[in-house]
Design a binder for this molecule. Structure first.
Ligand SMILES: [Zn+2]
Length: 289
């Protein structure tokens, strides 16, 4: 994030967490306990963090038609999104899919110079109505991490795109639909956290059931098998990571600055950067380098 307005950034980050976590309307069912920090992190790769090349993952959420529309801090003017793509191209950056990054690290497949990936979180309707035309115009590649229970829902929450719209985007060959949990994206911020009093086995079963339910729905409705899991509410722990791997995710990711640098949940070590309404792409990159 930019260092230029630390207080503003903090306020916007807090606001955006509140707004992002407002994606689902269910009240908190139970309180959660803190993510476990006892077990060893899963070992993923022989490369140390320092040896891995810096690859950016730019994250967006919701879009608005122009600068004058009042919206949350995570809502980006669609013209700015287009300008972001133009800027990155002009600077020699190459947009790749997350799959290309996985294949590069796991199988040695080549990557272009200065690669970067784009992720949209939550599955808002504006991804389809406003961003999809721009994605087609620039041949951009985007992974959209959806919340299962919110697909096609327009009432009481910021509208989310439907399965049919998801299918149309996937059929373009430019977009993949990925997993942001079926129903763990909670207003109380609990995410994949373990409930008080929940046994480890029950907890694991609950996560497995949730992850698999959305994976199956995505495959049935749009035909792609998710390989990317974006942790809802930025909550992550070793048990959740273990279950995510069991459920076939080769790539897990959370919000910037939430994963501890001492832990290696993200085996590809992407530099995750969030775009807010006020973000300047050149400053964002500069502060991350
Ligand atoms: Zn989210």
């Amino acid at each position: 994030m930019s260092n230029h307005h630390p207080i503003l950034n903090t306020i916007c980050l807090l606001l955006s967490i509140l707004l992002i976590t407002a994606c689902t309307q269910q009240p908190p069912a139970m309180t959660t306990k803190q993510a476990s920090t006892q077990a060893s992190p899963p070992s993923h790769s022989s490369l140390t963090t320092k040896e891995k090349p810096q690859i950016f993952e730019f994250t967006y959420h919701h879009f608005k038609e122009n600068e004058n529309v009042k919206a949350s801090a995570v809502t980006r003017d669609i013209h700015k999104f287009e300008a972001d793509l133009q800027y990155l191209k002009a600077q020699g950056y190459n947009n790749v899919t997350h799959k290309q990054i996985i294949d590069h690290f796991d199988k040695g497949a080549p990557l272009p110079e200065k690669p970067y990936a784009i992720r949209f979180d939550d599955g808002y309707l504006s991804n389809y109505t406003l961003a999809f035309p721009i994605i087609k115009k620039y041949n951009a590649k985007v992974a959209i991490c959806i919340i299962g229970v919110s697909v096609g829902v327009h009432e009481n929450i910021t509208p989310h795109f439907s399965w049919q719209q998801a299918r149309e985007m996937v059929d373009s060959g430019l977009i993949s639909i990925q997993n942001h949990s079926y129903d763990l994206h909670k207003i109380d911020g609990s995410g994949v956290g373990q409930f008080e009093g929940e046994s480890l086995e029950d907890y694991k079963t609950r996560l497995r059931t949730d992850f698999t339910k959305l994976n199956d729905l995505i495959y049935q409705n749009v035909g792609n098998k998710p390989y990317l899991f974006a942790y809802p509410n930025g909550v992550v722990n070793d048990t959740a990571e273990q279950i995510a791997r069991e459920c076939g995710f080769t790539f897990t990711t959370a919000r910037p600055n939430i994963l501890s640098t001492e832990r290696d949940y993200d085996k590809y070590n992407l530099t995750r950067l969030d775009f807010f309404s006020y973000t300047k792409v050149d400053e964002l990159i500069k502060t991350a380098q």
